[in-house]
Each structure stands twice: as structure tokens, then as C-alpha cells.
Ligand binder design. Sequence first.
Ligand code: CP
Length: 331
Amino acid sequence: MKHLLDTKDLSLEEAVSLLDTADSMAEVGTREVKKLPALRGRTVVNLFFEDSTRTRISFETAEKRLSADVINFAAKGSSVSKGESLKDTAQTLEAINADAIVIRHPASGAPERLATSGWITSPVINAGDGMHAHPTQALLDAMTLRQHRSRLTGEPTRGSTLEGMSVAIVGDVLHSRVARSNVWLLALLGARVVLVSPPTLLPVRIDDWPVEVCYDMDEALTRDLDAIMMLRIQRERMHASFFPSSEEYARLWGLTPERLTLLDARGAETAILHPGPMNRGLEISAAAADSPRSLVLDQVTNGVSVRMSVLYSLMTGPQDTTEHTAPLRTS
Ligand code: CP
């Protein structure tokens, strides 16, 4: 694996290996000195052409925990605002000998263009491109789901898939790169995936997606679900009216306090996930977001471990992670 562009490109072995390495990296986050020397002397450029909080911060944290030199590039304030092309930006990075590029871009396919154009030679990691893919988000979601099952069964996460788990992905699937990357990764790992959405917020061609579809949120909640992944309503990508009003959307498709009470009454062990940022009161109520079922902050924590795993795996090759598990000497 040279680049990470989409979960669709991963084999089962690669996905489980990335998750196992992320588990090892999570242990580093519990140490007093949260650093490994693995990427000392290497330079990672974070190329963000689109806004981000979680992904940008967790990539930077991951890079610093691996001792890499970090360059943060935001399109705002750079020569991109003077009209510089992706090619010229990429070649500038090549000229400064960047060892890896993390890119978020509003255009679907921009990371692949960077990876396959020949403009640069270093690994490219997709941090979210248009409505297309967000592979590290899907990996951190899978890590969170493995932990959820492990907490319930007592079985170790290491080496495990998501075989036998059922996950509902709810809401604005049409505009969601998170949903797309999750569909492929969850199915690869053996989970059953149910898309729960109004017909207007589902892509037209999903015949070849490994999913079931349900158009009724209340009916979906009667199913035996291990997790509900709520999707953000992406108003910035909506150029038409996809539902009558926010109130109606929240009532029909939102994870309301009433639906949360229903889950509690059934005694279901269903976890609640959301990639963030959340529209509280729209797709998810504050009661659900802050409930004991919510794994939203676990997702953020796991984001650092998963991104360390991806950077480590792409930049150091197939080595034993134990080689770098000793903390850096501080003297
Ligand atoms: N989940 C996610 O990608 O969040 P950010 O847009 O804040 O990075």
C-alpha cells in the first residue's frame, strides 16, 4: 500500500493490520511521554483546502507523536488564493522534499490526482475529498466499533473483524464521504450495513453497494443494531431542497430524546456514533449526543491512533511495530 485514497482499495488483511497497529498506537497515548521516534527526520505536509477541526488536529497530533516535522498548509492565506494550481502546489511540496502529504480537498478525486499524476513521489493520504471518500474516518469508526464489541464480550480487539455486527448509517448519505467510506470498510470487515435515509438523500446508483436500505427510522430502530451512525446534514453541499424543513427532518429522521428513550426501554446495547461536527437538534438531539451510549469522543480519540497507524504503515513499510514502542529518551 503506497497511498491511502479510499477504503474501497483496502484488502481485509490491510484493514485489520491498520486497526491492530492503531491499537498499539493507542497505548502510546496513555504514556507520560506520548512520543515514538518512528518518523524522526521525516516531513509531513498537511494540505487543507477545506475547513476541518477533528481531522486536521488529529493528523497533526499523530504526526507529532511519531516525531515527524509538520508543515501545515491551509489554502486560505496561501498562494492558492492567488490562483496557484494543485499541480504547482504539489510540485512546490516535492521541491521541499516532503515525505508524505495529507490532503483534504472539496473536489472528489483530488487526492487520487495527486497520487497518480507523477507530480510527487511521496505517499498521499486522503483526509476527505468532496463527497467521495474519508478513509481515516471510516477506520477510526471501525476501531471504535471493535472496542464497543470488545467491552461487551470481553474478547480482545486485536486481529478481530466486525463479523456479525449490524450498523445503521442514518441521514444524509447522498452528500456523505463518511458514509461511502464506511459502507465499503464495514462490509469488508463483515458487518451488516443498513442505510436509513429519506429517498431524496440517497444516491441514485447504489445497486452494487453491499447494504440494505430502510426508509423508516422507527422501523430501523426496532432492528437488532450494534451501532447507529448518525450523519451530519451537509447544508454546504445542498443546492436544492431535500426535505421540507429542519423540524420535519428532526422529527422523521433525527435521533430524538423519544427515540433514545425507546432504545433504553428495549435494553439494547446500541452505541451512537457521529463523525462530527454535529448539528445538535437536527440529526441528533443533545440527549443522544451526550448519553452514555454516545461514543463520539471515543471516535475523536481513536482518530489520533488511526492516523498514527496510517502514517506509520505508509512511511515505514511493513515492519514490526514493537521496533518503535519504547518511548523517546528525554535526556
Ligand atoms: N469528521 C470530520 O471529518 O470532522 P472535521 O471536518 O472537523 O475534520
